[in-house]
Ligand binder design. Structure first.
Ligand code: PHE
Length: 366
């Protein structure tokens, strides 16, 4: 056997026996790499006489091709085997028990906001949002609460030390009503929106937390009147509390941004010492509970937002989401909403798979 034949048998045997991809790659470098033995032989062709080269050329080229082919063939075999091995270990045993159920739950506030969005979507409302860091113009001035207006002081506002580029003081919004202004300025009229979100007031006890949630409602169109407001609130509250016997009482009230303003009470009845919503609050054993503020949007607010108050009017309402959740799902301390206590969340939270839908009744099967 010539040296060349020796080299070839040796190379092919070792390639054939390479146990894995790494060993094979080492062999490729050993034979065909820049400093490889076969590459080295190829370089000697240049120094040969034409006659020598005529004989050695085809032999060396053949050696190089055969070696490369052998490496490719072995590589395919190794890769197939590796795939087989992986498939064998990754096999799925369908007889194993299911993994533990997910622990997370939907907070009652999120649940109620989803329910409200669902109910109002059915009435043709879309969901609008605004920033929690507001300026005093959107939060107060455009809502007809001038600098000196006493209602500003009533809101226990958290102010920032900064002013914005227009010199307006920045604050944490004290209600969702600034979204009324932002919606009118941005989309003009007509409008039919709800705006759920966080609001902030410097206040804290069993029924007040410095951060809480409201949902604002706003309808702007032609020929809107108080009857539309009452029907909308009645329809919404019947769907939300899932009772047909919800009775509302509208009381004259005052908000700077609505005229007239109405406070809305809902009738309750005593059921085994518990107040349950439903029924006429004036009946014996019944009573009224204050639920939300509302009214016809003040013409000045419509003008502040850049619309013609001769052409457009509408109603607005604002309601506490946390309070709606407490009334519907029976919690009695608002502070627990924001403690993050796992036991409370396990008890009052909702399954993420239990999406509120009107057809199934928006209430969750807690
Ligand atoms: N923004 C009022 C509040 O926070 C509620 C409200 C909204 C009243 C819209 C009337 C109309 O108390």
């Amino acid at each position: 056997m010539t040296d060349l034949e020796h080299l070839k048998t040796d190379a092919l045997t070792r390639i054939e026996n390479a146990p894995d991809a790494a060993a094979l790659e080492a062999l490729r470098i050993e034979f065909l790499g820049k400093q490889g033995s076969i590459s080295g032989l190829m370089k000697t062709l240049g120094k040969m006489t034409p006659e020598e080269r005529q004989i050695q050329g085809p032999l060396l080229n053949g050696l190089r091709t055969e070696t490369a082919d052998a490496i490719a063939a072995r590589k395919a075999v190794i890769e197939d085997a590796e795939l087989e091995a992986r498939l064998a270990t990754e096999s799925l045993d369908l007889t194993l028990p299911a993994p533990e159920a997910p622990k997370g739950s939907v907070h009652p506030v999120s649940q109620v906001m989803d329910e409200l969005a669902e109910i109002f979507a059915d009435l043709g409302f879309s969901v609008a949002t605004g920033p929690e860091i507001e300026d005093e113009w959107h939060n107060f001035t455009a809502l007809n609460m001038a600098e000196t207006h006493p209602a500003r002081a009533m809101h226990d506002t958290f102010y920032f030390p900064d002013v914005d580029s227009d010199g307006r003081r920045m604050l944490l919004r004290t209600h969702t009503s600034p979204v009324q202004i932002r919606s009118m300025v941005k989309q003009g009229a007509p409008i039919r929106i709800i705006a759920p979100g966080r609001v902030y007031r410097s206040d804290s006890d069993a029924t007040h937390t410095p951060m809480f949630h409201q949902v604002e409602g706003l309808v702007i169109d032609r020929d809107i009147h108080l009857g539309h407001l009452k029907w909308t609130l009645e329809t919404f509250l019947k769907a939300f509390f899932e009772r047909e016997d919800i009775v509302l009482r509208l009381r004259p009230s005052y908000f700077p941004f609505t005229e007239p303003s109405v406070e809305v009470d809902v009738g309750w009845q005593d059921v085994n010492g518990r107040r349950v919503l439903g029924g006429d609050g004036d009946a014996p054993g019944h009573g009224w509970m204050e639920l939300l503020g509302s009214g016809m949007v003040n013409a000045r607010v419509i003008e502040f937002a850049g619309l013609d108050a001769q052409e457009w009017q509408g109603f607005a309402f604002g309601v506490g989401v946390d309070r709606l959740a407490m009334l519907k799902y029976g919690m009695d301390d608002l502070r627990a909403f924001f403690d993050g206590d796992q036991r409370w969340l396990d008890h009052y939270g909702f399954s993420p798979f239990d999406q509120p839908t009107l057809s199934a009744g928006v209430g969750a099967k807690a």
